[in-house]
Design a protein around this ligand. Structure first.
Ligand SMILES: C[S@@+](CC[C@H](N)C(=O)[O-])C[C@H]1O[C@@H](n2cnc3c(N)ncnc32)[C@H](O)[C@@H]1O
Length: 281
């Protein structure tokens, strides 16, 4: 079968399974299976695909038709204009999370020591380290397999020396008090009862990265006092939150002792990041 025949068939199959991005996905998957660039399908349409390549394509197309996100099939996702490796042990980095990183990049003091709680692929910690060569990040996650992916990404971007990875249940494994300038966290924030209603593609992502407990805020509620302990006076917390959660998170932050809590909107006008400060004594 030629590249163009494989592409046409893959496209028809994915469309038939309701995949809206079938033309793009089919092109990417044919290119991946054949080990060529996507443009080669158009520049060399008559090139033959061998049997192992067609078998790889058949498997990928079936997994895509079953709803597996493209990022897990291609193994990469762009975040802050950097390429991150992803697999089924980590959440696929989302554009909304770039708001949190952008806010921190604008505010972090020179030489800041930062914690990234629930690092997943490492996208927050590693982008901060790449874009701010003066910053050090301690990135924690409870998932050993997520930490392995973050380790690969840190090496890929040449920041392993400034991104320390640690397995920890939130910040419980961090012994030092008042040592950090900022805590970033995009923790699971979907209420348990809503997980079943999520689109099929999201349900392929690790439950550990999605489930935020009965009201979605179980982890945030636990993190805030731990972050307070770890932060220097004057230090800040930057939390990504779900739509409609910002007001409750601001209240929780104030109850913990944080001040100047405010929400920052994403490009869709949703309050996406809550930022608060541990007041100087
Ligand atoms: C929503 S994902 C975010 C991943 C990444 N920071 C991002 O923005 O794409 C949440 C991450 O928190 C981790 N996590 C869940 N519970 C945790 C806990 N108790 N302690 C530390 N990490 C936890 C999950 O393994 C997952 O990697």
């Amino acid at each position: 079968m030629t590249l163009i025949e494989a592409y046409t068939e893959a496209c028809r199959f994915l469309s038939g399974h309701g995949i809206e991005s079938a033309p793009l996905d089919a092109g990417l998957l044919v290119a991946k299976a054949a080990g060529v660039s996507r443009y080669r399908i158009y520049t060399h349409p008559e090139e033959e695909m061998d049997a192992p390549a067609l078998e790889r394509l058949r498997m990928d197309i079936n997994r895509r038709a079953a709803g597996l996100p493209m990022a897990y099939l291609t193994g990469v996702r762009e975040f802050m204009s950097l390429e991150f490796r992803v697999n089924e042990s980590v959440l696929i980095p989302r554009p909304e999370t770039e708001i949190l990183v952008e806010t921190m990049l604008a505010e972090l003091e020179r030489g800041a020591m930062v914690i990234d709680a629930g690092t997943g692929s490492g996208c927050i910690a590693i982008s901060l380290a790449v874009l701010r060569p003066d910053v050090h990040v301690l990135a924690v996650d409870i998932s050993e397999s997520a930490l392995k992916t973050a380790e690969e990404n840190a090496a890929l971007h040449g920041v392993s020396e400034r991104v320390t990875l640690l397995r920890s249940d939130l910040l419980s494994g961090i012994p030092c008090d008042e040592a950090f300038d900022a805590v970033a966290a995009n923790l699971p924030y979907i209420p348990t009862g809503e997980i079943e209603r999520l689109p099929a593609s999201v349900r392929h992502e690790p439950i550990l990265a999605l489930d935020g407990g009965p009201d979605g805020l179980s982890l945030v509620r636990r993190l805030l006092p731990e972050a307070y302990r770890c932060l220097k006076p004057g230090g800040c917390v930057y939390l990504e939150v779900g739509a409609g959660q910002a007001e409750r998170v601001i209240l929780l932050a104030e109850e913990t002792g944080f001040t100047k809590a405010r929400a920052i909107m994403d490009l869709q006008g949703i309050e996406r990041v809550v930022r608060c400060t541990k007041t100087l004594r």
